[in-house]
Design a protein. Structure first.
Ligand code: PLP
Length: 468
């Protein structure tokens, strides 16, 4: 039995005990049983108070919170003198902290590759409010990667307009991108960080989909802001993420308000306050002090299993899926599956997005796949996965068509899709993690063959979509 098969049979035994085929690790990771036991043990036998004071139970909480900050920095090999950890509810909360406090102005820009999660796309509303321009960098080809040249060109254009091409500017704006696409699994180059910084940008690296199965070493790359959701890394706890930020970049942010926990001193009648001068200035109210130590527990677990081993395990499962899917055909020889993005294992993670095709080559509505797979206890994702830029590119929708559809739509998703001429509004996403097994891959491929091979197009009688 391999080490991962053994873990599946013990720490993750609940999957097979319940007959679950879990294929949504980019949605959420799954917890090992020992993580849950450690949580129960700690709160059953300890006594923890609100961390904002000096009493013994408060200090016990503060101690564990501080230990967890240190464990996070250690996990990313980050120098505590350079980086700080801000606890947030999730990666989205980390993006919002940056967006609402970033010094966007008329002369700065927000640069976004088209392959971004909506929690990063949404930064453009803060940029707009500050008078800054948002520029998207398009995909470079059918692999749904973005070329280094395209990135460099867009970042440099702004530089020459702003500074006449002379010298370095320290406030070009913000460049934000995902280390791993949550749509295609593509790994975008970490070298873009230094490129953008050299051209005067602060860089937000959305690491939410990357860090569960890849090592991010903050001693070799130095993004200004890194966003993470812990439940995606090891399943538990939910409701906690982090903004891991360079202290110098954090010092440039201007919070739009103060609150309990964030201030050094405040006067009510004097209309004066002074923010805390460290990461706590970004942590509103009382921290989730009973769950934050579970992050340290999760990191311990990940290091025991070995992140590099997890990476290899997931790469193997991804290759098994891609090879298996490429071999699936209808009896007439037509392919059963269309994969979006790279179809090999090169520079990618364990997220694969595809559509099922009928014998005439038409896309099977992803809502039907969602219903059919659910009936087989398969958990996968359908839709556009909050990444409209990648979806638009996958379905080859032009900007002109989009502009027309946006102008005329009544506002429902179905109406919008009809105006785009799309038979199906989304795709099917399968993603792997620590607890996944080759059996999960085979169960998915078997489901596709059993359900769709040679099946002609049918009227699925599906209900309207409610959200993208
Ligand atoms: C790449 C990426 N960024 C950001 C997010 C947002 O994460 P959360 O919903 O935990 O804030 C996700 C979630 O799927 C993601 O995959």
């Amino acid at each position: 039995m391999t080490a991962f098969a053994e873990l599946r049979a013990t720490e993750y035994a609940y999957l097979d005990e319940q007959g679950q085929v879990y294929l949504d690790h980019t949605g959420a990771g799954l917890p090992a049983r020992r993580q849950l036991d450690a949580h129960a043990e700690r709160i059953r036998y300890g006594c923890y108070g609100n961390p904002h004071s000096e009493n013994p139970t408060s200090l016990a909480s503060s101690h564990l919170v501080d230990q967890t900050r240190a464990a996070i920095l250690d996990h990313f090999n980050a120098d505590p003198a350079e980086y700080a950890v801000v606890f947030t509810p999730n990666a989205t909360g980390a993006c919002r902290l940056v967006g609402e406090a970033f010094p966007f102005g008329k002369r700065s820009r927000l640069v976004l590759p088209l392959d971004n999660h909506n929690s990063v796309n949404g930064l453009r509303e803060y940029a707009r409010a500050g008078g800054a321009q948002t520029i998207y960098v398009p995909f470079s080809g059918p692999d749904l990667r973005i070329s280094d040249d395209a990135i460099r060109q867009v970042l440099s254009e702004g530089r020459s307009r702003r500074s006449g091409g002379r010298g370095r500017s320290s406030a070009m704006g913000l460049f934000a991108y995902p280390a791993q696409s949550n749509f295609t699994g593509v790994h975008h180059p970490l070298a873009w960080i230094a490129t953008a910084q050299h051209l005067g940008y602060r860089v937000l690296l959305d690491a939410a989909a990357y860090v569960p199965t890849n090592r991010l070493d903050l001693s070799t790359v130095h993004p200004d802001f890194v966003t993470v959701s812990w439940y995606k890394v090891f399943g538990y706890p939910t409701g906690l993420g982090a903004l891991i930020a360079r202290r110098a970049a954090l010092a440039e942010l201007r919070r739009p308000w103060f609150s309990g926990g964030t201030i050094h001193v405040v006067s009510a009648q004097g209309d004066w306050h002074k923010m805390a001068d460290d990461e706590t200035a970004f942590e509103d109210g009382t921290l989730n002090f009973l769950s934050i130590p579970d992050i340290a527990e999760g990191l311990r677990w990940l290091s025991e299993v070995g992140l590099d081993a997890v990476h290899e395990h997931v790469a193997g499962l991804t290759a098994r899926l891609l090879t298996g899917a490429a071999a699936l055909t209808h009896t007439n020889g037509e392919p059963l599956v269309r994969v979006y993005g790279p179809t090999d294992g090169d520079r990618r993670g364990g997220t694969v997005t595809l559509n099922v095709l009928d014998p005439e080559g038409a896309i099977v509505d992803e809502r039907a796949v969602s219903k059919d797979s659910a009936a087989r206890s398969i958990s996968l994702r359908t839709g556009c996965f909050c990444n409209p830029g990648a979806g638009e590119a996958a379905f080859s929708i032009s900007r002109r068509l989009l502009a027309g559809a946006v102008r005329r739509t009544t506002g429902t998703i179905d109406d919008y899709l009809q105006r785009l001429g799309l038979p199906s509004g989304g795709a099917v996403r399968v993603s792997f993690g620590l607890s996944s097994s080759p059996g999960d891959v085979d169960a998915f491929l078997g489901f596709i063959v059993d359900t769709y091979r040679d099946r002609p197009r049918t009227d699925t009688g599906l209900t309207p979509r409610e959200r993208c």
